[in-house]
Ligand binder design. Structure first.
Ligand SMILES: CC(C)(COP(=O)(O)OP(=O)(O)OC[C@H]1O[C@@H](n2cnc3c(N)ncnc32)[C@H](O)[C@@H]1OP(=O)(O)O)[C@@H](O)C(=O)NCCC(=O)NCCS
Length: 139
């Protein structure tokens, strides 16, 4: 399957995918995404259809992965991994952090597969599950 990864300024595409996958309508976050220049959006496309996206912030040499998702029907084909590797190599930071629920095994596997390591946990951060804090050394 041919997948092209690129950085995009087409935030409306990213926001509509985000709403579709997470069923979440966070207007303040969407507004910030469009107006704050420390947010970076990357997408993976197949035959001109966006099939995955990720949102990264980069402040003072520290990047944070906010979201990554692949649309259903395109999962478990290596697309998120390809996109994340692309994004990591196109963000100019020394390290990247993220938080993930202990219940989200697919995401944990994805993050480990590109080199993130667990550095801490936050108990009951998601109510019924803990958050794992992960870090990737980037240079
Ligand atoms: C997490 C998610 C982005 C993974 O996307 P994907 O395109 O299916 O991932 P990939 O196919 O690139 O897989 C990357 C790695 O994770 C593993 N993986 C992916 N889905 C998995 C699953 N359901 N169970 C176990 N491992 C899984 C793959 O085996 C692969 O590991 P490998 O390289 O060692 O073989 C996708 O499941 C998703 O969109 N989930 C909903 C949104 C979400 O929870 N996002 C993360 C929090 S913001």
């Amino acid at each position: 399957m041919e997948i092209k990864c690129f950085k995009t300024k087409n935030f409306d595409d990213v926001i509509s995918l985000h709403k579709q996958i997470f069923h979440e309508d966070n207007n303040l976050f969407f507004e910030n995404l469009k107006t704050k220049d420390y947010y970076h959006c990357f997408v993976a496309s197949h035959q001109n259809q966006i099939v995955a996206y990720c949102i990264i912030s980069n402040i003072a040499d520290q990047a944070e992965l906010f979201n990554i998702a692949t649309i259903e029907g395109f999962r478990k084909k290596g697309i998120a991994k390809q996109l994340l590797i692309y994004a990591i190599s196109n963000v100019d930071a020394a390290e990247m952090f993220l938080e993930v629920s202990t219940k989200n095994l697919a995401a944990i596997k994805l993050y480990q597969s590109v080199g993130f390591n667990e550095i801490d946990r936050r108990k009951k951060y998601y109510g019924d599950s803990d958050a794992i804090i992960m870090r990737l050394q980037m240079n």
